[in-house]
Design a protein around this ligand. Sequence first.
Ligand SMILES: [Zn+2]
Length: 246
Amino acid sequence: MIIDSHVHLKHGDAAKTEYTPERIIEVMAEAGIDRSVVFAMSTTTGRSIEMAAAASAGFPDRLIPYVYALPGFEGGVIDEIRRAIEELGFRGIKVHVGECSLAPYVIDPVMSLASEAGAPCLVDFGGRLADATRIATSFPSLKLIVAHFGLYLAPREDQIEGFIALAEKCANVWLDTAGVLLGWKIADAVARIGAERVLFGTDSPYPKPDEASMARRGVRQIQNLELSDADTAMVLGGSVAALLDL
Ligand SMILES: [Zn+2]
């Protein structure tokens, strides 16, 4: 089974592109993907819950909802996130450094909640290794997923190497392959931390060149790494299935 652990109901691009659950299911079919973790960003926590709840209600066997955490200095969303996880069946939390401060007084209540609830937290750190290190080590029982191996579309090895080293040091860190340009670093990570902590993700759908191209390419990227069959299967779905207890 192929499970995409990084799919957007709403993106963070300039157009804030949205995709319906029906379109996401079509894209998954084109790429041979069985299940997907879905979330929205560039919106409020409340609206992200509405969007992901509707998606998973429509396709309960295919779409797995994460809540988007947008905490502010004045607080407010922690109760919404808790309700999504404890009452609505949400399986994880998404955070994006482009829209949310990672200052401890803003983000740590989210990380505490994620730790207590056993819900993984998928964070786009935008290359901020110091913040990833602080959070991973401050919350040892947190299941921390580092999106994009640390930096989206990083063209240089040194921009993501520190995040792989962090995962080597911290057993509570997973790495997601969405938007990783340097495919050989994915194989490198599998060799160093094990396929169990490398999660296949695609960041799809994506408008160009066609909406399913990123998903198709993402699957092929993992298949082309020449890992063992067991490791390929683990990265493409086994790792996130174990993480989320699917
Ligand atoms: Zn993304």
